[in-house]
Write a protein that binds this ligand. Sequence first.
Ligand code: ZN
Length: 96
Amino acid sequence: MSGANDSSDRGATEMTDDANVRRTREKVLSGELPKMDCRMTWYGPGRDGKCMACDQAIGAHEVEVECDLPNGGTIRFHQRCYTIWAEVWPSCGTAQ
Ligand SMILES: [Zn+2]
């Protein structure tokens, strides 16, 4: 644990990547997020859809990644959340 500097008005609203990774991993393990490669990914402006990883809306000023899954589903992420998910899920099958 660190925490030498206490800047009280930062970090409360925005999740750190670390927290995001942990949360994404939990969702993969619980089955909320799939463990599979996307068949196709589409990048575009957000349309206020909900991100599957962080449950926040993807606003028009953000990049939305839409993934077509091999089983026919479609899921949406923030670009950053998609990157985290793509890195996290392959290690969720065997590693703890
Ligand atoms: Zn997100």
